[in-house]
Design a protein around this ligand. Structure first.
Ligand code: HEC
Ligand code: HEC
Length: 329
């Protein structure tokens, strides 16, 4: 009798685990304890950049590893895109809003060296590793272990290992006893509102690129590293359309995961939507450039329900993840 009650309780609990916390990251980079420790230190090291900034300047651990700005500024220059949260970044199969980097190791190259970001150099890296007692030791050790081949390789591998460790998927939605409103919101998300056709699977992203009908922003300055060369252009942000040939992917961006989305305002690649409410209104009217997504015609109540469900996709434990401890020398 007792065991059947327990079984029933276990089954109920199992059903509410539809967003399971144990889905695995896509393409794990090389990761050793030494690389992870070095990565955590490098992530907040300002000596790497002649501007005195670090990865953390824009990807602030206290703000879900983003900056809360529409778009970050370097001096007078407004960068072209919104800073994404790095929580669960390792789950993506490609990196940046347009997926132009295939691995975290490749991705790191750009923020580290780009003129309009940290603008580091091999000399800067050398100086940083020589000045920093722990980093210097970790470099020597990993070199000896034949895990890395050079100072630059060490820096990129360490940062990639650190990025991969920034995980937080165990949201309330895994456990919650739903209020009627949250229940309705979940139904809408997976049903009538069509959100899960793109924000699909456990990571809440189909890993694909779509144009959602976001208003095309006026002129933005774009700086890209393509095959080691930094190029600058002016014009609309074509998103994936600049990465692959043909017109099909013009203005398309990678579907972001929605885990912890309540912490990462403002939204979209250009940070143009300030709140989740604005995002829901945007989808409800079928986007601003018509013909890409259908209008949803949600009632006021349904919009509130959908938002209640999005708020549930929050893992409050991310602040106590191990990478926070690793950042102490
Ligand atoms: C000046 C602010 C700024 C700094 C400094 C910065 N980033 Fe970023 N980061 C951004 C922006 C903006 C993007 C989005 C760029 C794009 O998609 O084209 C981004 C994208 C990323 C992504 C891709 C995330 C995704 O969802 O695909 C990763 C990973 C990342 N940064 C890691 C780093 C690391 C590691 C450093 C330090 C070496 C760093 N960033 C420094 C602003 C910054
Ligand atoms: C056709 C695929 C598709 C559908 C359907 C879709 N999304 Fe999205 N979603 C995306 C893409 C792609 C982006 C990024 C767009 C951009 O930045 O230009 C995005 C961005 C978002 C963001 C911003 C996240 C961030 O970190 O900036 C939220 C929130 C969001 N969607 C929620 C929803 C909700 C809620 C629904 C259902 C009403 C929905 N989406 C339906 C593809 C989709």
């Amino acid at each position: 009798m007792l065991s059947s009650v327990l079984l029933a309780a276990a089954l109920t609990a199992a059903r509410s685990y539809y967003l399971h916390s144990s889905f695995s990251p896509s393409s794990p980079p090389l990761s050793t304890p030494e690389l992870q420790r070095a990565g955590a230190l490098l992530f907040r090291n300002t000596e790497l950049s002649p501007r005195g900034i670090s990865c953390q300047t824009c990807h602030d651990p206290d703000r879900a590893f983003q900056d809360g700005l529409q778009r970050p500024k370097i001096g007078q220059l407004l960068l072209r895109r919104n800073t994404p949260s790095l929580l669960n970044v390792g789950y993506y199969k490609s990196y940046f809003w347009d997926g132009r980097a295939a691995t975290l190791y490749d991705q790191v190259e750009e923020p580290l060296f780009a003129l309009h970001e940290m603008h580091s150099s091999p000399e800067r890296i050398h100086r940083t590793l020589s000045h920093h007692p722990t980093l210097g030791k970790l470099y020597a050790l990993t070199r000896k272990q034949q895990v890395v081949t050079s100072e630059k390789d060490f820096t990129k591998k360490a940062l990639a290992a650190h990025l991969w460790s920034i995980r937080s998927t165990d949201s309330y939605a895994n456990h919650a006893i739903y209020t009627p409103s949250e229940q309705q919101g979940k139904k809408l998300f997976y049903g009538k509102a069509g959100c899960s056709s793109c924000h699909a699977g456990k990571a809440l992203t189909d890993q694909q690129y779509h144009y959602t009908g976001l208003k095309k922003q006026a002129i933005v300055r774009q700086s890209n590293i393509v095959q080691g060369q930094e190029t600058e252009t002016f014009g609309h942000d074509h998103g994936r359309g600049d990465v692959v040939s043909g017109k099909q992917m013009l203005f398309a961006f990678r579907t972001p995961s929605l885990h912890n989305v309540s912490l990462t305002a403002p939204y979209m690649h250009d940070g143009s939507l300030k709140t989740l409410q604005e995002v829901i209104e945007f989808y409800d009217r079928g986007g601003d450039e018509k013909g890409h997504l259908p209008r949803l015609h949600l009632s006021q109540k349904e919009k509130q329900d959908l938002q209640a469900f999005l708020l549930l996709l929050l893992d409050p434990r991310y602040m106590t993840l191990p990478q926070k401890d690793l950042t102490h020398d």
